[in-house]
Design a protein around this ligand. Structure first.
Ligand code: SF4
Length: 142
């Protein structure tokens, strides 16, 4: 009998070793690499999918807007990237995501408070909010 194929898990691409963070670096994590080696990971960077360059200015959510420290408003790019990444996840039949902690896009449960002072508050990144609305299971990876 043929073995049932396991469903793909969406992962923040920076956790899979892609240097797509705002500072041009990755945050490779062994459990995500293992998933990748097993052919079970779908790496996605919603900020890049939103058309943002790498490297780019750091941004934080403040009053439902995504702003850089200099006040550049990136909200539309964040929304577009989150929508594109969610569409990809749905096409691939994903129902679970492993996401990078504290990011204004991928963060889950804790994000920076918009003051650019390293202060965390309760909240989700823009992509995580979309995934939760779509009923996805989320695992936060630091
Ligand atoms: Fe990593 Fe997500 Fe930020 Fe892209 S948007 S760099 S995948 S945390």
């Amino acid at each position: 009998m043929q073995k049932k194929k396991k469903p793909l898990i969406l992962v923040s691409a920076c956790l899979a070793g892609v240097p797509c963070r705002y500072d041009g670096e990755a945050r490779e994590r062994s459990e995500v690499l293992q998933l990748l080696r097993e052919g079970l990971a779908l790496p996605v960077c919603p900020e890049q999918l939103g058309g943002l360059p790498t490297p780019r200015a750091a941004a934080e959510i403040s009053d439902k807007q995504v702003l850089t420290q200099k006040g550049q408003n990136l909200t539309e790019s964040y929304r577009a990237g989150a929508d594109a990444a969610l569409a990809l996840a749905l096409k691939a039949g994903v129902s679970e995501a492993w996401l990078k902690s504290k990011s204004p896009m991928c963060g889950c449960g804790k994000i920076y408070n918009g003051s650019h002072t390293g202060t965390l508050i309760e909240g989700d990144g823009v992509f995580t909010q979309r995934l939760k609305q779509a009923g996805m299971r989320i695992k936060e990876i630091d």
